[in-house]
Design a protein around this ligand. Structure first.
Ligand SMILES: Nc1ncnc2c1ncn2[C@@H]1O[C@H](COP(=O)(O)OP(=O)(O)OP(=O)(O)O)[C@@H](O)[C@H]1O
Ligand code: SF4
Length: 285
């Protein structure tokens, strides 16, 4: 009899595990933006939160208060309610987060490692995504029990790669070295490095100033021989988009994303990831 975990994983062509050495560098924002960028290309995309103690995807995806439904196939992911006319997206974005299983959004998860591991396994085994081109996984910062169990369960998946998110400052970069080390020790392939909060976009004139240093993520990628995926500036209008509060908000996250000044930046990053996935598919043949 086939292993239920393996059967589920085989229906997902590519898995992107989004990692960061430190909290607050924009890992969840990048995870959501990658998912939206892939969805805008017409691909079938899911996004999963394994940040069990601090899930932020439901808030960013405007899905707070929703809950998971059980069907004969398993847990149905919660889908974003989008009108997709502003892009070539043809499939809804499905999301799975521990927050959908908690009764109240104020409930917090205080679990030890084994319980977290069991929940992560259940996420992979029980969520009925249907066939997906990409599953984007948002993880907690650093390297914890969640990361180790994730890597362990994903051994059965056809293609798994990490995307490492950092800010350009030296303090964040030293933590990234630990992430690279973790990936190498666990044989997790690295799709590349994203340098987030790289410069500040003026809300008045959209000029981008380098308030802090810039280019640290690219130098680190070069040092380790990793692809550099791109530099994302800190754009206050994008913070508002992710918080669903922008004065220009259309009410649809996907349409707000498509209209955002950061869309071309994420298009470039997604383009490099998709190209890399094709190369790895070619290598596997
Ligand atoms: N490029 C950006 N432009 C504007 N705002 C951003 C950008 N990147 C992140 N933010 C904002 O910064 C805040 C922190 O981002 P986010 O929650 O994605 O970080 P994180 O690394 O996932 O944090 P944690 O690990 O603590 O969950 C959020 O309010 C988010 O909207
Ligand atoms: S970048 Fe230009 S418009 Fe923006 S705050 Fe500075 S001077 Fe003003």
């Amino acid at each position: 009899m086939s292993d239920p975990l393996e059967t589920r994983l085989k229906s997902i062509k590519h898995i992107l595990v989004v990692l960061s050495g430190k909290g607050g560098v924009g890992k969840s924002s990048v995870s959501v933006s990658l998912a939206l960028g892939l969805q805008a290309q017409g691909l079938r995309v899911g996004i999963m939160d394994v940040d069990l103690c601090g899930p932020s995807l439901p808030r960013m995806l405007r899905l707070e208060g929703q809950s998971i439904h059980q069907s004969a196939q398993g847990w149905s992911p919660v889908q974003t309610k989008e009108t997709v006319s502003a892009s070539s997206a043809t499939h809804p974005l499905g999301c799975m987060s521990i927050a959908f299983l908690l009764g109240s959004k104020k409930d917090s998860v205080v679990w030890r490692g084994p319980k977290k591991n069991a929940m992560i396994k259940q996420f992979f085994q029980d969520v009925a995504w249907g066939p997906l081109d990409y599953l984007v996984i948002d993880t907690p910062p650093g390297t914890s029990d969640e990361h180790l169990s994730l890597v362990e369960y994903l051994r059965l998946a056809p293609d798994v790669q990490s995307v490492i998110v950092t800010t350009p400052q030296a303090v964040a970069l030293s933590d990234v070295r630990k992430e690279v080390d973790f990936c190498r020790k666990t044989n997790l392939a690295i799709a590349g490095v994203v340098e987030n909060m790289s410069g500040y976009v003026c809300p008045h004139c959209t000029h981008c100033s380098n308030v802090f240093s810039t280019g640290g993520g690219e130098s680190l990628a070069t040092e380790y021989g990793l692809p550099f995926l791109g530099r994302v500036p800190l754009d206050p209008s994008y913070t508002a988009t992710l918080d669903g509060k922008g004065s220009e908000s259309t009410g649809s996250l996907l349409q707000d994303f498509v209209a955002s000044p950061l869309k071309p930046v994420f298009e470039g990053i997604v383009g490099k990831i998709v190209e890399g996935s094709k190369t790895s598919e070619g290598d596997a043949e």
